[in-house]
Design a protein around this ligand. Structure first.
Ligand code: ASP
Length: 320
């Protein structure tokens, strides 16, 4: 798949992209489908209740953070030191408000911290010990490191340490989570949350919390959440480049996404993908690798969840 196109979308989510095969997933394939579907259902409920695009994306992303299957919140990948350092960002397209956190070690839901920074502080980005302190000061939900560290992530780190690679997450797949949504007023927003990359140096910051790299939203163009090898997404200012191509180059969302993901990123060697959405409900999922955990829910409550090539997913209706 290069690009999958959606219409009448309310919410598009991803759970990471990379080289994903059915053999690797085995029986867990259904588990991934179930968690993605549940995140879409929760987001849809928020949309039906007339909540904002920021409410919709943070509802969906919090649900994914709480699942140990994904590389965000519980189940985040580990640094070389065996610790968890989480990054997250939120951006609102109506006024370009943004909030971002990096190297969090205690927040149960990093996306809620990013949202809090956006809505309740005069800052855009908080890092490291200061970000952890912000979580405590504002009594946002906290957990000890053992909550975040799963046996599967420990095993991945052990393997990567043994092979000596300072590398990507296991099997070259990433597992970061993200969401883009449009509310019933046409406002759009983007959110991304991640543990980063397995065996990363402590203090390493990826693209997810960098506004314009892994996360961006502007009502005039689109909302974007990225996943992949973050250093390349920073170097191409991936998310903002897609928006700029629409705004200044009059490109369609589809063409802008393909140009950045399948040309600019690929030429540098940056693997991964994006989801993006416009205020009219036009959405895309674009990847330059073999798979992406992804899903969409439409205004009529049709939910689609997929992992592999375009058209491989399952549609069901949840409107009831
Ligand atoms: N983009 C993330 C990072 O580099 C990783 C991912 O997407 O899984 O931190």
């Amino acid at each position: 798949m290069a690009t999958e196109n959606y219409t009448n979308a309310v919410l598009v989510i991803h759970g990471g992209a990379g080289i994903i095969t059915r053999e690797q997933l085995g029986e867990r394939e259904q588990d991934f489908h179930d968690v993605l579907s549940a995140a879409l259902s929760r987001g849809y409920d928020a949309w039906k209740a007339g909540l904002s695009a920021v409410d919709i994306i943070t509802t969906a992303v919090s649900h994914l953070e709480d699942s140990p299957l994904f590389n965000a919140g519980c189940g985040s990948v580990l640094t070389h030191m065996g610790t968890v350092e989480m990054d997250a960002a939120v951006m609102r397209g109506s006024d370009l408000a943004a909030g971002s956190v990096t190297q969090l070690t205690t927040a149960r839901n990093p996306i809620m911290v990013a949202r809090h920074v956006m809505e309740c502080s005069p800052f855009v980005m908080l890092a490291g010990a200061g970000a952890d302190q912000y979580v405590a000061e504002n009594t946002l939900a906290q957990e000890t490191q053992s909550y975040f560290i799963t046996p599967a992530r420990q095993q991945q780190l052990d393997q990567q340490r043994a092979s000596g690679s300072i590398s990507l997450s296991e099997d070259n797949k990433f597992g970061t989570v993200g969401a883009v949504a449009v509310d019933d007023r046409g406002g759009i927003a983007a959110a991304t949350s991640t543990g980063g990359m397995t065996n990363k140096h402590y203090g390493r910051v990826g693209d997810s919390p960098i506004i314009g790299a892994g996360t961006y939203a502007d009502n005039r163009t689109c909302a974007v959440s990225a996943t992949g090898h973050g250093e390349y997404f920073i170097r191409t200012t991936c998310a903002a480049s897609i928006a700029a191509r629409i705004r200044w180059g009059s490109q369609s969302l589809h063409d802008a996404s393909e140009a950045v993901v399948c040309d600019e990123l690929l030429k540098l060697g940056g693997s991964g993908g994006i989801i993006a959405l416009q205020s009219d409900g036009t959405g895309v999922a674009t990847i330059n690798c073999s798979g992406m955990y992804r899903g969409v829910v439409t205004t009529s409550g049709d939910v689609y969840v997929a992992i592999f090539e375009s058209g491989s997913g399952i549609w069901k209706n949840i409107a009831g």
